[in-house]
Design a protein around this ligand. Sequence first.
Ligand code: SAM
Length: 222
Amino acid sequence: MHLNDLNKQGLWRARQHMIENQLRARQISDERVLAAMGKIPRELFVREALRDRAYEDSPLPIGDGQTISQPFMVALMTELLHLTGSEKVLEIGTGSGYQAAVLAELAGKVFTIERHHDLARRARKTLEGLGYTNVLTHIGDGTIGWTEFAPYDRIIVTAGAPSVPESLLKQLSAGGIMAAPVGDKVHQKLLVLTKSESGVVEKDSGGCVFVPLIGREGWSNG
Ligand code: SAM
């Protein structure tokens, strides 16, 4: 067998192992989320030198002091959004583009914002290379959202905020769901906010650790 095929087989096995031992074993049960993550080649979203670690049970560095999130956290946040296939989703913190790819598999259209130019450009290239035509990337401060395409059915913030950015709540449609880590610069609570005509209901979905959300309605610096 060719070396490339052996590598591919190894990566496929590592991905299945991640699905069973990191996700299903920890009560991720949405089959659509599991199928999406079982299909997406996560190794293409990390630097070449780290490809053999792409399926580890942890975040990994992606440059600019940022990380691709732990697979379990990607699965949990995606599951909490209850996507059915047609939603317009806003993601804050494109990073590697991996979470955007998972969302693109499960929703109608994904709008994703990253403040680091290099990361945004790299993510866009990876997503285009994999044929995702329903993801729009933008470079800028995601804490103020993306008014041009608002409102959004779902919003996912993949960096830790000091509080829920008001602009994002405003850009969430009635009936919409937002998932956001909120806390200090190291530890946060994963909040799930459900908006209705009568107000916003907030639920704490457990502790998490994200890099800081930096911007006008986030932290003022790193
Ligand atoms: N979702 C990413 C993925 O799938 O690889 C991981 C996100 S990483 C944990 C957090 C990202 O949020 C970083 O790339 C960081 O630069 C970005 N970020 C922080 N503050 C931001 C802001 N105000 N607007 C946009 N992106 C921001």
